[in-house]
Design a protein around this ligand. Structure first.
Ligand code: 2HA
Ligand code: ZN
Length: 269
């Protein structure tokens, strides 16, 4: 029996992850096993799920993260494909519980799928969010084509230059990604340095962070919200690219037009 039979709330969380994984694949942002999703699903755990015998022994996380102790996460499996996660989420991801020591986890359901190799970095971000009392429960890493392309020149990835260009392409981008796009210089995927730099960028008040020449990392209340922010930013990048491909540098909305958006949507900047 699937654990999904035990909690409607967990089923909705898993359905949202599967739906998002399908979008990532359809958009061409998730080649092979590219990208990751982890969601803190602690609120969806019922006493029946808590009573399930784990499918694995305690597995070391590789670091001690006190704020995720006792929390439950739904995580894409290591080496699993987004397109397979979309089709059959419980066979390509797993429900895990972090043990009270904050240093080990156990796989609970539905199958002994080992979570993403990025688990330490994703859990570090969740640990940071929980420590801060943030309502954010979802983290998403993906490879959005046009945004990544824009990180391949020294002209753009200066702090807030890229954000300004993207905000100015369509009004929605500033309205729905009001914190803009943080930038983390290229670092080795899966490295502790990359995880730490990502947390610093989130702490700097960004919800979406560009990993230069690699992809983006987004945090939000839920996985669909994280996807929507990346999708909106990438839409702006695509409009920018298409204007350039038509042979001109796009004007962008004026500063006055952008201020008007900030006022209408009560945005901080
Ligand atoms: O886990 O995209 O950067 C797959 C990745 C790592
Ligand atoms: Zn990646």
């Amino acid at each position: 029996m699937s654990v999904l039979n035990l909690s409607d709330k967990l089923r909705r969380e898993v359905d949202a992850v599967a739906e998002t994984a399908g979008y990532l694949w359809q958009k061409g942002w998730a080649e092979r096993n590219g990208g990751n999703i982890t969601v803190n699903v602690t609120d969806a755990i019922t006493p029946e799920i808590e009573a399930i015998t784990p499918l694995s022994e305690p597995i070391p996380i590789g670091m001690t993260l006190p704020h995720v102790a006792g929390k439950w996460f739904f995580c894409k499996g290591t080496n699993r494909r987004m397109r397979d996660l979309a089709r059959d989420p419980m066979a390509n991801a797993s429900l895990i519980r972090v043990l009270p020591d904050g240093a080990h986890y156990q796989i609970i359901a539905d199958q002994p799928v080992k979570p993403t190799s990025e688990l330490p970095s994703h859990l570090s971000v969740h640990n940071y969010l929980l420590a801060k009392g943030s309502p954010y429960r979802a983290s998403l890493h993906t490879h959005p084509i046009q945004l990544v392309a824009m990180s391949h020149t020294r002209e753009f990835p200066k702090k807030d230059v890229l954000t300004h260009i993207l905000w100015s392409m369509i009004p929605e981008t500033k309205a729905f990604c009001p914190r803009g796009l943080g930038i983390v210089p290229y670092m080795m995927p899966s490295s502790v340095e990359l995880a730490e730099a990502t947390i610093r960028a989130i702490d700097d008040d960004y919800d979406v962070v560009m990993w230069e020449k690699h992809g983006v990392f987004a945090v939000a209340t839920d996985v669909m919200e994280a996807f929507d922010m990346v999708d909106t930013l990438n839409k702006s990048a695509t409009i920018y690219r298409d204007a350039r491909a038509m042979g001109f540098v796009p004007d962008g909305m004026s500063d006055a037009q952008m201020r008007e958006i900030s006022l209408a949507f009560h945005l901080p900047k």
